[in-house]
Design a protein around this ligand. Sequence first.
Ligand SMILES: [Zn+2]
Length: 271
Amino acid sequence: MPELPEVEVTRRGFADTIFGATIVAVHMGKPLRWPLGIAPGQLAGRRVGHVRRRGKYLLVDLDEGLLLIHLGMSGSLRFGTGLPPRGMHDHFEMETSQGTLRLHDPRRFGAVVWAANEQAPEVRARLSGLGMEPLSADFDFAAFYAGLRVSRQAVKQWLLAGKVVVGVGNIYASEVLFLAGILPTTCANAIGVQRAKRLHAAIQEVLAQAIERGGSSLRDFSGADGSAGHFQLETKVYGREGLPCHKCSTPVRLLRQGQRSSYYCPRCQKT
Ligand SMILES: [Zn+2]
C-alpha cells in the first residue's frame, strides 16, 4: 500500500512539470472507490496549479476547483508525454497541454474526486480527521506529547491511527519505534517526555529518509516504468524476524498487534 513517503515522492515527480498545464480531456475507466463528482468533459480547459499533499491525499489545484487523489491499496500515478495506450487497470487519465496524468489501480481502492474548494464536504470529510503533518513546521512537540499522554493505546496502534500525526504506516511504525528505543506494546501514556522527544524526532527522520531514498529510486518516474506505488526500503527491523539486530545482534522478533505485524529488538527497545 502506498504510504506517505511514496505519495510525497509521487507528488514531487509531477508537481513542477504539470504546473500551468491546461486540461485537454479526461477519460475514466471502471469505477474507483468514490465517484469523480463532475462530468469529465467539464474539466477540459481548466488550468492546473500547485500539487499539494495532506496525509496520503494529493490535492491538485485547478483554476476552478481541485482534484483530490488517493492511491488506495494499489494505485500509482504517472505523468508524462508519449505514454503507451491506456490499459485495463488505468481508470483515470487526464490529458493536458504538458503531458498526461494517469492513475493505474488494479484493485480500484484509489479515487479521484473533484471538489469546488477545500471546504466542500467531499474534501472535509476526508481531511478533517487527519493528524499533524510529520514533515511540516506544524509538527508541534507539545501537541504530540499531549496526544500521547491522553491515550491508553499501545504506542504502535496509536501511531497507526494517525489522529495526532499522520504518515506512520505499518512498516514505518516498526522502524520509528526501533529508532526511538520503544517497544511497540508500550502504552502511549507511559512514555515520558524524553522518550517522547526521541519518538517525535524518529518519525521525522524515518519518513524523511524514506522520501529521500524513494526520490532517488524514482528518477524514471515519467519514463517507461513510472510505477511509483511501492519502493524497496532498507529496513532496520521490519521484515527481519530472526535476523540479527543491526545494533546489538539479538534476533529481531515479530508480534501481532491488531492483525498487523510489529517487528522489534527485545534488547534495544524498552517498555
Ligand atoms: Zn538490538
